[in-house]
Write a protein that binds this ligand. Structure first.
Ligand code: GLU
Length: 283
């Protein structure tokens, strides 16, 4: 039997999530074009290997704030939603320009909680993804922050990317974050914290290890949201990896079977229903 990391080479349908903090220069909040370019090249290279690829990307709100000179800390809901509308278009424009260099067609899919909870919406979203992937397109997904009110918000793209993984029956989710993976404690605060390379099964002890914050002031996902994402992805039958997105070339290194990040091994749960899980989130 092939080893866990070796098996990654055989994955067919891969969702990659990148967070705002990995896309911007920390000093200015402007896009880091080099990182974006490397990310796009990595994703196109996965497509060239015949794999289905989906990108879940944050950065809409941050890009919108930048465009109209709103302070990053201004989180008034109407301001944020307006900035999401401005920034999402900018984000897509930037991605499409770079993907076009590789002749790769992309599509935009914006989702809310209702996309999953409502049976007809979920059915349509599932079919749209299936059709796009059949056409060789890379769907680029974000939350529809402009219309997502309190009741229908998913809230963070870690969870959103796991929901997408479950919806499209992907076999691998890679979360690119600003940390190397899972530790027994917060390594920024506890120097004895140990790195965990493989998680065979997610239990209650592990869930309690998640901390609600990250070091960055952009993006919304902490370790807690990553563990919830792991729960969704692994229950739906996918492996999930958390890895550091500071060098995006880590993507092909992971796919080569090298030991980067933390891998959560899939444990398909026949009693896991995505729509029920999402309906009960944040309650
Ligand atoms: N959807 C938000 C955005 O694009 C980000 C959510 C997150 O960072 O997890 O700005």
């Amino acid at each position: 039997m092939k080893k866990t990391r070796e098996q990654l080479k055989d994955k067919k349908r891969i969702v990659v999530k990148i967070g705002s903090s990995s896309l911007q220069h920390p000093e200015t909040g402007e896009f880091d074009y080099i990182k974006l370019e490397v990310l796009v090249r990595e994703l196109c290279n996965l497509r060239n290997q015949g794999k289905d690829v989906v990108l879940v990307t944050s950065g809409a709100i941050a890009a919108g704030k930048k465009a109209v000179n709103i302070q990053p800390g201004d989180n008034e809901i109407a301001v944020k939603q307006a900035c999401a509308a401005i920034g999402q278009a900018r984000l897509m424009m930037t991605y499409q320009k770079i993907f076009a260099e590789y002749n790769q067609v992309t599509a935009q899919i914006l989702m809310t909680k209702n996309t999953i909870v409502d049976n007809l919406n979920r059915f349509n979203a599932h079919n749209t993804f299936a059709e796009l992937l059949k056409l060789g397109v890379i769907p680029i997904v974000n939350e529809n922050d402009t219309v997502a009110t309190y009741e229908i918000v998913i809230g963070d793209n870690d969870t959103l990317s796991a929901i997408v993984t479950a919806l499209i029956d992907a076999d691998l989710l890679i979360l690119l974050s600003d940390i190397d993976g899972l530790y027994t404690d917060d390594p920024r605060k506890n120097k004895n914290a140990e790195f965990i390379s493989t998680v065979e099964r997610i239990d209650d002890d592990l869930m309690s290890m998640g901390k609600a914050t990250t070091g960055s002031n952009v993006g919304t996902g902490g370790m807690n949201t990553k563990l919830i994402a792991a729960k969704i992805a692994t229950s739906a039958g996918a492996d999930m990896i958390i890895a550091n997105g500071k060098d995006v070339r880590i993507l092909h290194r992971i796919m080569d079977g090298r030991e980067y990040g933390t891998i959560f091994k899939s444990h398909k749960d026949e009693n896991f229903y995505l729509e029920d899980f999402v309906a009960n989130m944040n309650q």
